[in-house]
Design a protein around this ligand. Structure first.
Ligand code: GLV
Ligand code: MN
Ligand code: MN
Length: 416
């Protein structure tokens, strides 16, 4: 066991690495857009793998591109302690979501190395593939496959927005192994911990520098297709129109109403995608695709909200003679953190003399799926104004360094 007083985070180095990774983007700074398996994603992966190799870690990748960088422990048979997050970024994103958990995880390992700590259990940094749903419509693709909550067949059926099959896209990116081999054997991880920005306003508002996550809310997402009748925007008179966008708009409003009516702050519902066909100003929309995201800490309450949204869609479809079709993407159960991992994280906060609070994650994370195969906990740091999924997302170097230090202490205590 190391003297934990010797754990010193190199904040300047970590900040420089965060800045360097932020520059690897499909769009100019300050926007970070890094969609999975694009050239930017592959360059970002190469950058992080280079840092891992430089730290003396053994790097391997699986068939979906999940990347594992291992610091071998003295007990090769013991379950591994995992940490990490994702480096893919949604369109028009910022530079901290996911990345803090990857580069912070790496710096935590390097800080332990510098402190002379020798792990008993191996410590593994994980960079998950496609935490974000941007390309294939479903989030946490890599961790779902690792945990076995998505079958290889279901993954093979995925296509991206250009209708390219996942198989074609991943092999073109150089990931050619069998998807059957991605699922981890039982007991592979003895613990998994993820450092992440909060993506909400609570820590900043309460002036508490750290949040220990005790549960992760249950996400669900689905598509609604509206099929009406198109035509000339000038020639076709208003009576009897079957405008698919007008029908879809009623459902957008019903979505907000249903979420608000749940009465719980934990219920959130968003229509984040609205595709209009043919998408011409002088043409009546004949077809619309909405993509909806509904979440709650209570999956029954979430499902009741979804029920109301679907009922509203059916009602407007009947009233306006618009065909309505539902296509499910995911409906996941919430996850509880492992009590012993939470205790280790709280103890690590206390050992560093840092105030913390227990909290819920309303955003989803790869830890939601890692929790199906290992005890997990997450550590949140504040982000300015609670802003995330925007280019002005910001976490201070001090907050990042504090989170990284607590992560290092947590890893040391879990790895023995
Ligand atoms: C993850 O990015 C989420 O949408 O919660
Ligand atoms: Mn995100
Ligand atoms: Mn994230």
């Amino acid at each position: 066991m190391t003297n934990t007083q010797q754990i010193k985070i190199d904040s300047a180095q970590l900040t420089a690495e965060l800045d360097a990774l932020a520059k690897i983007s499909q769009e100019p700074a300050p926007v970070v857009t890094r969609v999975v398996f694009t050239e930017a994603d592959l360059r970002a992966r190469a950058y992080v793998k280079g840092l891992c190799t430089a730290a003396g870690l053994d790097v391997r990748e699986d068939a979906i591109g999940n990347t594992f960088a291992r610091w071998n422990g003295s007990d090769a048979k013991a379950g591994v302690v995992g940490t990490g997050s994702h480096i893919d970024a949604i369109p028009n994103a910022g530079m901290y979501d996911g990345v803090v958990g990857v580069l912070g995880g790496l710096e935590a390992i390097r800080a332990l190395q510098r402190a002379g700590y020798k792990p008993k259990r191996s410590i593994e940094l994980l960079i998950f593939t496609a935490e974000e749903p941007t390309r294939f419509g479903i989030g946490c693709l890599g961790s779902r496959l690792l945990a076995g909550t998505m079958t290889p067949d279901a993954a093979r059926a995925l296509r991206d927005k250009q209708e390219l099959p996942l198989e074609e896209v991943r092999t073109a990116a150089g990931f050619i192994g069998e998807l059957e081999k991605v699922k981890l054997p039982a007991g592979y991880y003895s613990a998994f911990v993820e450092l992440h920005i909060e993506q909400g306003p609570i820590l900043e508002r309460e002036k508490i520098p750290l949040g220990v996550v005790t549960s992760i809310a249950a996400p669900a997402s689905f598509r609604l297709w509206f099929e009406g009748e198109g035509g000339h925007a000038g020639g076709k008179l208003m009576p009897g129109r079957r405008d698919a966008l007008v029908a879809a708009s009623e459902v957008v409003i019903a979505t907000e109403t249903a979420a608000l009516a749940s009465g719980a702050v934990d219920t959130v519902a968003t229509v984040g995608v609205c595709d209009v066909f043919p998408g011409a100003v002088n043409s009546i929309p004949s077809r619309v695709r909405l993509e909806l995201d509904v979440r709650d800490t209570d999956s029954k309450r979430r499902d009741a909200v979804i029920g109301k949204i679907l009922a509203a869609a059916e009602a407007v479809g009947k009233r306006k003679e618009i065909g309505v079709k539902t296509e499910w993407i995911n409906a996941d159960e919430p996850a509880q953190s492992g009590e012993e991992i939470v205790a280790a994280m709280c103890a690590a906060c206390e050992a560093g003399g840092h105030n913390y609070q227990r909290m819920v994650s309303r955003a989803y994370h790869d830890s939601l799926f890692m929790a199906r195969i290992a005890p997990v906990a997450m550590l949140f740091i504040p982000c300015r104004g609670g802003v995330s999924h925007r280019p002005d997302e910001y976490a201070s170097p001090e907050d990042i360094a504090r989170g990284t230090e607590v992560l290092a202490r947590t890893l040391a205590s879990l790895a023995g």
